[in-house]
Design a protein around this ligand. Structure first.
Ligand code: SF4
Length: 317
């Protein structure tokens, strides 16, 4: 796109936002240009907290569908827009409501904790939601004898078991992006950059988590690079976060981990990257596509999300 067209789109988006009292919430995995025009950029927890409390009439979600659905559940009176309805999530898709109901029946008497990376229907079947920022703390906030089901990410689930030692049955779902990071590539990057620290998202597979200097949610990884005295990081999560890392500390070096298949470019989330500036412009202009969630599901799904937000607030997260 020519520079003049980009400037036109950016100024037109801000004009429409003011006129329509709209805000743009963007996830860290969006491209840098989208993060820069957003009113708020964050991970799933921070975006949910922002969606729950804001003065806007319209929320445009630059992220994937489950995030926009969460915003709609938390603010059902507002118009919630997503620039591309095809922006799904392989992890949310790995846990279908019909199969999950059966799983719950087969494993009764357990508190059901689900990652926010699920459909609204799955949230409606849950006791508490969590994100990778608060999952360990939420599990630890429950009485030690309480038995738990965790869904849908098996890697995050196993990380929580390692951290808490709790009795947890884990659903066997995965994120196709975080499973793609190559251990061999990390080892090679480490050999070439001896002082680099390996920072890893908990959705990554065990061998990748085992070589990590630090494991944390997207925002924890950002915080780590902000506070850590080091100057070079091997980053095993979706590389969109590196935009914020560079903005905050441009003097440091950030090395994205390549995927196992070096020809596929699949360390980037193809769903997140469906959102573009042009689609945001059109979406704000036409106020379509709009997210809708069945009213009964909204009521049922609000409880586990609100419980997550309440526990997070109590714990100062
Ligand atoms: S990175 Fe993985 S978990 Fe996140 S939206 Fe993409 S597919 Fe879903």
């Amino acid at each position: 796109m020519p520079d003049s067209k980009i400037i036109d789109i950016v100024s037109e988006i801000s004009r429409m936002k003011r006129k329509k009292n709209a805000i743009i919430l963007a996830h860290y995995y969006q491209t840098g240009d989208i993060q820069d025009i957003a009113d708020f950029v964050g991970d799933s927890l921070a975006l949910s907290q922002k969606a729950a409390v804001n003065e806007a009439d319209i929320i445009l979600f630059a992220g994937v569908k489950f995030m926009a659905e969460t915003a709609k559940i938390l603010a059902p009176q507002k118009k919630v827009l997503i620039p591309d309805m095809n922006a799904g999530c392989s992890l949310a898709d790995s846990c279908k409501a019909k199969d999950f109901k059966k799983f719950l029946k087969e494993n009764p008497g357990r508190t059901v904790i689900t990652y926010v990376n699920t459909t609204a229907e799955i949230k409606a079947l849950s006791d508490i939601c969590c994100t990778s920022s608060n999952a360990v703390q939420i599990v630890n906030s429950l009485p030690p004898e309480e038995k738990i089901i965790f869904a849908p990410d098996r890697n995050l689930g196993n990380h929580i078991i390692n951290q808490t030692g709790r009795d947890i049955i884990v659903w066997n779902g995965t994120c196709h992006v975080h499973e793609e990071f190559s251990l061999e590539a990390i080892i090679k990057l480490k050999e070439e950059n001896k002082n680099a620290k390996v920072i890893v998202h908990p959705e990554c597979e065990l061998p990748v988590r085992m070589v990590a200097d630090f494991i944390g949610s997207t925002s924890s990884l950002l915080q780590f690079t902000r506070k850590d005295p080091g100057n070079c990081y091997i980053v095993a999560t979706e590389p969109g976060i590196i935009h914020q890392m560079r903005k905050e500390n441009p003097q440091k070096t950030y090395l994205p981990v390549p995927p196992k298949d070096s020809t596929c470019g699949c360390s980037e989330c193809n769903f997140m990257k469906l959102i573009t500036m042009e689609k945001i412009f059109n979406c704000l202009k036409t106020e379509k596509p709009e997210i809708s969630v069945n009213k009964k599901i909204v009521v049922a799904a609000q409880k586990p999300i609100m419980r997550m937000l309440e526990i997070s607030q109590k714990l100062g997260l």
